[in-house]
Design a protein around this ligand. Structure first.
Ligand code: TXA
Ligand code: MG
Length: 325
């Protein structure tokens, strides 16, 4: 079983033991401000392979490479002026930039799935200090089994992967609670690859460029088959719920009333005050709690599609999408 070390009470020990494990080419579960990551050396093909084995993920996708700071990121990726401006404004923080990979930079093609671009981000807080101590970029997807809901507490990680990894670093609940926003800067616009912890409105304001959203995200799912089922609970998700059946679980937003709620097995409110940042921070934990209640259905009331609501709705739609078999 994995050892757990608190970064609050034993920060130096956490860094020393994590660096030792990373140096052996093994992954470590690390708290970030978004979700817990399963981090390993982005320059070591064996280490990257271990990430996929541990998650039970069958295919190699490009992974986000985490850097200690912008200066370190510039050693691996080529920045255009707008990308640099976004990095200066939002790093450290929940923004991933897809940039041309510098040739011979040392990032292994398994981390980029052989692409000539790399997704880079500088996480806030402890993770950045760990990368600085280790000296190499860390490739880190969310620290969960493939297809499951992303972890926002050390307990989530431990319950899922505790038998398969050596170390879980405990930083408490993640402040943001949804993964980073992923963008690629193009000459006349930003291409949004994944909504996340930085609101699209903030990117538009900082860059002065319009943001093009991916087809299928936002209002309607155009091709459900294309939308890989991710973040999947065992229960069936019912979005935009107005009523629920007895025994179902209810996740609501801002106190939205629902017909039949007195018969609910469990009622959770993402943010009674209607604060989208608070709602994002609670989202994955509440999905797990609703699922653990044993309800056959999880009903969710509408969440406004602005600010962090865009990332919340993206994750809810993925959770509700037909499962890959
Ligand atoms: O908040 C986060 O971003 C979390 C924490 C742990 O930092 N990490 C995370 O990583 O979500 P990951 O590896 O699951 O994100 C991978 C996604 C890919 O599925 C792809 O959408 C995008 O990042 N990506 C990475 N590199 C890319 C590239 N070169 N081109 C296009 N998309 C890329
Ligand atoms: Mg994930």
């Amino acid at each position: 079983m994995a050892k757990c070390i608190s970064i609050e009470t034993a920060r130096q020990q956490a860094i020393t033991e994590a660096v030792a494990i990373l140096s052996r080419g093994l992954p470590v579960a690390v708290p970030t401000e978004t979700v817990y990551g399963l981090a390993a050396d982005a320059t070591d093909p064996a280490a990257i392979t271990r990430i996929y084995e541990t998650k039970g993920r069958p295919r190699f996708n490009p992974l986000i490479c985490h850097m200690a700071d912008l200066q370190m990121a510039e050693r691996y990726a080529a920045f255009d002026p707008v990308s640099r401006r976004l990095a200066e404004r939002f790093w450290p923080g929940p923004l991933t930039l897809v940039l041309p990979l510098k040739p011979e930079s040392g990032i292994h093609p398994l981390a980029t799935a052989g692409l000539d671009t790399v997704g880079v981000r500088v996480p806030q807080g402890f993770a950045g200090d760990l990368i600085r101590a280790f000296g190499h970029p860390l490739a880190a997807p969310s620290a969960n089994s493939s297809g499951k809901i992303s972890p926002t507490t050390a307990r989530h990680v431990f319950d899922d992967l505790g038998g398969r990894i050596e170390l879980v670093l405990d930083g408490g609940p993640c402040r943001v609670g949804v993964e980073s926003t992923i963008v690629r800067v193009e000459p006349d616009r930003l291409r949004l690859l994944r909504p996340g912890g930085i609101a699209v409105e903030a990117l538009e304001e900082a860059s002065g460029l319009p943001v093009e959203r991916p087809a299928g995200a936002g209002a309607a799912i155009e091709a459900p088959g294309m939308l890989a089922s991710h973040y999947a609970p065992n229960a069936a998700m019912q979005l935009d719920a107005r009523r629920i059946a007895p025994g179902d679980a209810l996740i609501r937003f801002a106190g939205t009333p629902v017909e039949g709620e007195e018969g609910a097995r469990l009622v959770l409110d993402l943010s009674p005050d209607g604060d989208l940042a608070e709602a994002a921070a609670h989202l994955f934990d509440y999905m797990k709690k609703a699922d653990a209640s044993g309800a056959a259905h999880i009903a969710v009331t509408p969440v406004p599609n602005r600010g962090l609501g865009e990332a919340i709705n993206d994750r809810l739609k993925r959770a509700a999408a037909p499962r890959e078999s």
